[in-house]
Design a protein around this ligand. Structure first.
Ligand code: NAP
Length: 320
């Protein structure tokens, strides 16, 4: 399978977790532009990305950046947003306005619309109403594919059948998947269902917010938000052994830790969506196209991941 990387843009507009600053927008454009130069073909955003008054900022920036790149490059990329099933977005019209707002922010280029999380646990009827809404929009003439996120295998199967009845299909599923994500057995079950149904399986937070890129031999002095710093400190010791194994592989390959984490995804036929906001990070991770993990290296990582007792928390809205 050809390696494909998605550009993740959760941090674009997020002050609370990612310390976003408006002054970094030009650096984000350079990142975006380099990603397109390097052949990235998938950009992931969401209507909920951007904190407080910056709500929708990620989509807005992508829309502005799309206007600055040449048409040939635009035609090669898929733009995917996620619509949030907030409790007040109810009924078969719940997504109509948010969809049109996202389309507008994205300069009318929107190829995949994903249900951001499953409402199965709290208001289980809502998923189907909102998915019905997306089918209606397609029937009205809007052209996009339907994707899902934070979904479990049982719910995924239900939705596959629900959409089939409407002559539609699930095109992609994105869930948390990394060497540090919880429930990797559940995620592998989802991957199997995706393979059987020709659905793209997208791994979000493949670098565990950057924790997996921390060199185990260097004392961390990174400048981050208070929350992200706290998380890095909490995971520093429990992930040391895992990062040591990653470092052993990265040294032998003259590669970065980020490349090791992403090649672990590729070994399993998964498309990672990587959060990026610097051109040099795009250039670094593009080197994953040049090498693959051996079976032995993959097994070393699997063992180290399974032995790591402190995993990241699961998304509370994930369904069964
Ligand atoms: N569906 C969902 O509910 C959901 C949830 C979470 C994420 N996502 C999607 O998945 C995307 C990726 O996940 P994520 O943003 O949580 O985290 P991630 O991809 O696991 O980590 C991103 C961070 O890793 C660091 N990094 C990236 N490349 C690096 C490199 N080459 N060397 C060293 N450090 C590097 C950067 O930190 P610095 O910027 O500090 O340098 C970057 O912000 C998101 O942007 C979003 O599109 C979806």
């Amino acid at each position: 399978m050809k390696k494909k990387i998605g550009l993740g843009t959760w941090s674009w507009g997020n002050k609370f977790f990612w310390n976003y600053k408006v002054s970094s927008d030009e650096e984000l454009f350079e990142t975006f532009s380099e990603a397109l130069n390097q052949g990235f073909s998938f950009i992931d955003t969401a209507d909920s990305y951007g904190t407080g008054s910056l709500s929708g900022r990620s989509e807005k920036l992508i829309g502005q950046f799309l206007q600055r790149v040449i048409k040939a490059k635009k035609n090669n990329i898929q733009i995917a947003t996620k619509l949030a099933p907030y409790p007040w977005r109810i009924g078969r019209q719940g997504f109509s306005k948010p969809f049109k707002k996202s389309l507008n922010r994205l300069n009318n280029q929107l190829d995949i619309v994903q249900l951001h999380w499953s409402t199965e646990k709290y208001n289980p009827w809502q998923d189907f109403q909102l998915l019905h809404n997306l089918c209606d929009l397609i029937d009205e003439g809007f052209q996009f594919q339907i994707g899902l996120s934070n979904i479990g295998p049982k719910r995924l199967l239900k939705i596959i059948h629900f959409l089939k009845d409407k002559n539609k299909r699930v095109s992609s599923v994105q869930v948390q998947f990394s060497l540090l994500s919880p429930n990797n057995e559940k995620q592998k079950h989802i991957k199997k269902i995706c393979d059987q149904n020709k659905i793209d399986f997208l791994a979000y937070s493949p670098l565990a917010f950057g924790i997996l890129c921390q060199d185990p031999s260097i004392t961390d002095t990174g400048k981050r938000s208070l929350l992200r710093n706290f998380i890095f400190q909490t995971y520093s010791k429990p992930t040391l052994e895992l990062r040591n194994v990653m470092k052993e592989i990265s040294n032998a390959r003259s590669a970065s830790l980020a490349q090791v984490a992403l090649n672990w995804c590729f070994y399993q036929g998964v498309i990672p969506i990587v959060g990026l906001r610097k051109k040099k990070q795009v250039l670094d991770i593009c080197n994953v196209f040049k090498w693959d993990l051996t079976q032995r290296e993959f097994e070393m990582l699997e063992t180290a991941s399974k032995s790591c007792v402190k995993k990241l928390p699961d998304n509370p809205f994930s369904s069964l």
